[in-house]
Design a binder for this molecule. Sequence first.
Ligand code: CP
Length: 320
Amino acid sequence: KRHLISAADLTRDDAVHILDTAEEMARVGDRTVKKLPALRGRTVCNLFFEDSTRTRISFEAAEKRLSADVINFAAKGSSVSKGESLKDTAQTLAAMGVDAVVIRHSASGAPYRLATSGWIDAPVINAGDGTHQHPTQALLDAFTMRRRLVGPDAGLGQDLTGKHVTIVGDVLHSRVARSNVDLLHTLGAHVTLVAPPTLLPVGVETWPCEISYDLDSALPKADAVMMLRVQRERMNAAFFPTEREYSRRYGLDADRMAKTPDHAIVMHPGPMVRGMEITAEVADSDRCTVTEQVANGVFTRMAVLYLLLGGNANEPTPGQ
Ligand code: CP
């Protein structure tokens, strides 16, 4: 495949191959080899039209660990504020000889447009577009689940068949939820979405998952509970849920955590709103994988970059 636009585009074998490659990247890192020469001489541009902490820094770290030259573009402070279009921005990058583009954009479909427009002849990696997709987040989440829940040997070659994942919160605005439902289904997991009816999108009943409005009843079977942030910036203020009412019905606290199996993990893509969807006590507990997800994001993004730019499914990965 040339681009990574949607988790729905990945087959089970594609996804397992990316997770296995990420595992090799992690092992190389563990052996204190800080940099691999895989992308030496290649230039990757991180094109961020929307704010990001984890994804932006993680891609940059992944690119640098693969020895790529990195160009960081943020819409703030660029000529986008003067009205420059995505097309003209892309053609400017093409003229500078960029070998791959990582793009985050508030408009759903912007990465697809960039990949199919012919404005730039380079692989495009979606780093989150509007409410549509965030495929590398889903991959790093699957990597984290496989390491924690499948094993031994970090589940190399295996998928997530039979695992139960409960995704809780603002599904309506969540590209993380969409990407995870797609990828987890492909990897054989059972997904239950738990949300207030007002925070579920039209057509969600056609997604490959169960829907519930009752968090307490969904917890006892969960191997992983993934909490989502309420995305106020994408809502009309008139529809903001109150913090107290939301956390009473859909927040994860220690009492609710006690209803999950002992091995269950708590995940969150970040940024977290402590006190709203998750209490500080749960967020800081050993069962919460938030910082592990961030660390795994670097390995997963190294794998995606390596496979799209420098690697080949038939060649050995760097750790072999
Ligand atoms: N998980 C995630 O996408 O976080 P950022 O918005 O900080 O990149």
